[in-house]
Ligand binder design. Structure first.
Ligand SMILES: NC(=O)c1ccc[n+]([C@@H]2O[C@H](COP(=O)([O-])OP(=O)(O)OC[C@H]3O[C@@H](n4cnc5c(N)ncnc54)[C@H](OP(=O)(O)O)[C@@H]3O)[C@@H](O)[C@H]2O)c1
Length: 273
């Protein structure tokens, strides 16, 4: 057991992106530990609240805000108020397919504002509070995409490069405290992610994916262990390793084959254009 290892989470836990996918699974895990939850997303959270209650959370609140906006993040901070956050799952995020110059700027900007600005803004407020009381845990959902120049998902991968590095650096800044920062770096996961990014017609959108419940368990366990970083899945560890050592142009070309529009073997009729 490491210096910061604990058996379970208790107290007040905040989960962003809790309406579906990895965030919903993280919320259920914290609920099973008996934590009280604040669930945040940009759509109705009735399902997430019901799932967290069913999993055993004594109290579950929800807040529907756009975390790409300052106002949205400030509403989360205001809702937390003076309460001690035992753990923050900074998980909300989304992707965007197609070539960079074929994307609408407002859509590309929403990816940056959600994945980077909103995420870092919330962490800034919560981690300050944690540092002041010298306890607390933050799991940030980065991605192995952060190691890969993301041809045809360029803005998204670049946001995750920021997040992966940010976690490592923040963890180091806090190394003499009891505040734990853990970066969860999944590979492709079977969630609403690829549909929302308009990538169902790509190899990446149609390829094999991890179970979000398993990815969440890996991240949750790493957070409790006090680990700095967890890449969920053996093949994703291999891919991440080779992405770091191969020349960038080779990795960028490999990503083209995965993410180029219409690169998938079948063309779903309902894929976003
Ligand atoms: N799926 C993958 O292959 C994969 C791989 C590596 C990393 N990740 C990362 O994992 C995290 C969770 O994604 P997922 O795969 O679980 O996808 P998902 O099923 O689409 O879930 C994304 C969650 O983030 C929320 N969200 C997105 N933008 C938001 C905004 N501006 N304001 C508030 N909430 C927002 C969504 O809520 P609303 O729908 O209400 O906006 C939803 O709850 C993301 O950070 C993603 O980048 C995913």
């Amino acid at each position: 057991m490491g210096k910061h290892s604990v058996e379970a989470l208790s107290g007040f836990v905040v989960v962003t992106g809790a309406s579906s996918g990895i965030g919903l699974e993280l919320a259920k895990l914290a609920a099973q530990d008996g934590a009280s939850l604040l669930l945040v997303a940009d759509r109705d959270l009735t399902e997430g609240v019901a799932a967290a209650r069913a999993a055993g959370a004594p109290e579950v609140e929800s807040l529907q805000v756009d975390l790409a906006t300052d106002e949205g993040v400030e509403q989360v901070i205001a809702r937390i108020g003076g309460r001690r956050v035992a753990a923050l799952f900074a998980n909300a995020g989304h992707g965007l397919g197609k070539g960079f110059l074929d994307q609408e700027w407002e859509e590309a900007r929403h990816v940056i504002d959600t994945n980077v600005t909103g995420t870092v803004h919330l962490i800034h407020a919560v981690a300050r509070q944690m540092r002041a009381r010298n306890e607390g845990r933050i799991l940030v959902t980065g991605s192995i995409a952060g190691h890969i120049p993301g041809t045809f998902q360029l803005v998204y991968n670049s946001t995750k490069a920021f997040i992966d590095d940010f976690c490592n650096g923040l963890s180091n800044e806090l190394k003499d405290t009891n505040v734990v920062i853990t970066c969860l770096e999944p590979g492709p996961v079977d969630t609403e992610f690829f549909e929302r990014a308009g990538m169902l017609d790509t190899n990446a959108g149609q390829g094999s994916k991890s179970d979000p419940a398993k990815v969440a368990r890996d991240g949750y366990k790493a957070l409790l262990s006090g680990d700095l970083q967890i890449t969920s899945g053996f093949m994703n560890k291999v891919q991440s390793f080779f992405s770091d050592i191969l020349p960038d142009e080779v990795v960028a070309q490999m990503h083209r084959r995965m993410a180029e529009p219409k690169s998938g073997s079948t063309q779903p009729v309902h894929a976003s254009s």
